[in-house]
Design a protein around this ligand. Structure first.
Ligand code: NAP
Length: 253
């Protein structure tokens, strides 16, 4: 018997990076998993590799009708929903605040904040119908402490941290737990693109960013996925409104 036997999870941004690791580890723990993403090729391939335990659904989390259709499709395919992992996110424009356009600001909030709102909104009815469940929101160390880059991203991840606490209070009576996870730098396509955009030697950037963490290296997607498995499972049944920091010590200082 697996840690997530009988549970159905939906992971947004599940085709790549941290989301794909979450899909794999959740399925390995015996959950059935709906993968939601824009990246159809990798998303379908991952679902095909996992067989009957996974299904892929195309949706942009910033578009409410697409979110509603994906969640309805997952409930239709698997019969219930127990776990929502709000993982889809973008880094957005890396400029100082005074150089940002309104459109650059709005796009980050649309995916990282409104996307969490839409997915949570449409997941509540099936989670209630299942008798409760777990919502896991991917915030960041950038939702806990500042750094001199990515202003819209910091704002969005700070918002996700407090949305998690408010929803934890709102839905505790429904036995729906809501927690945020705060990763340090994890080696994924998002971080690789961010460091590549700085120009120069990518390997050197990777070493420098790794050195910001007291454990002196970047994390890997599974470091976060294991936290997601814990928060999805009944092992965390008394955990709600909490911040699970998985950051190699980055935010200790
Ligand atoms: P990633 O490598 O860019 O993967 C994210 C996945 O989400 C991609 O498949 C992406 O598709 C998809 N996605 C993006 N926008 C979407 C949308 N509007 N609707 C549906 N899917 C969408 O990112 P990651 O590094 O794994 O990050 C996952 C989450 O962890 C994010 O919320 C991120 O902010 C958070 N996080 C990451 C780190 C880190 O160091 N990696 C640290 C702290 C927090 P496209 O590639 O087509 O955009």
């Amino acid at each position: 018997m697996g840690r997530l036997d009988g549970k159905v999870a939906l992971v947004t941004g599940g085709a790549a990076g941290i989301g794909a690791a979450c899909v794999e580890r959740l399925a390995e723990a015996c959950a059935r998993v709906a993968i939601v993403d824009l990246h159809d090729g990798p998303g379908r391939q991952l679902a095909a590799r996992l067989g009957e335990r996974a299904r892929y659904f195309h949706a942009d989390v910033a578009v409410e009708a697409e979110v509603a259709a994906a969640i309805a499709g997952a409930v239709d395919a698997f019969g219930r929903l127990d776990v929502l992992v709000n993982n889809a996110g973008i880094a957005g424009a890396n400029k100082p605040t005074h150089e940002l356009t309104e459109a650059e600001w709005d796009r980050v909030q649309a995916v990282n904040v409104k996307g969490v709102f839409f997915c949570t909104k449409h997941a509540i009815a099936p989670l209630r119908a299942a008798g409760g469940g777990s919502i896991i929101n991917l915030s960041s160390i950038y939702g806990l402490v500042g750094a001199p880059d990515l202003p819209p991203y910091h704002a969005s991840k700070g918002a996700v941290r407090l949305m998690s606490k408010t929803d934890a209070l709102l839905y505790a009576a429904d036995r729906i737990r809501v927690n945020s996870i705060h990763p340090g730098f994890i080696w994924t396509p998002m971080v690789e693109q961010h460091l590549a955009s700085l120009g120069g030697d990518l390997a050197q950037h990777r070493r420098e960013v790794g050195a910001l963490h007291p454990l002196s290296h970047l994390g890997e997607p599974d470091d976060i996925a294991w936290g997601v498995v814990y928060l999805a499972s009944d092992e965390s049944k008394f955990v709600t409104g909490s911040e699970l920091v998985i950051d190699g010590g980055y935010s200790c200082r």
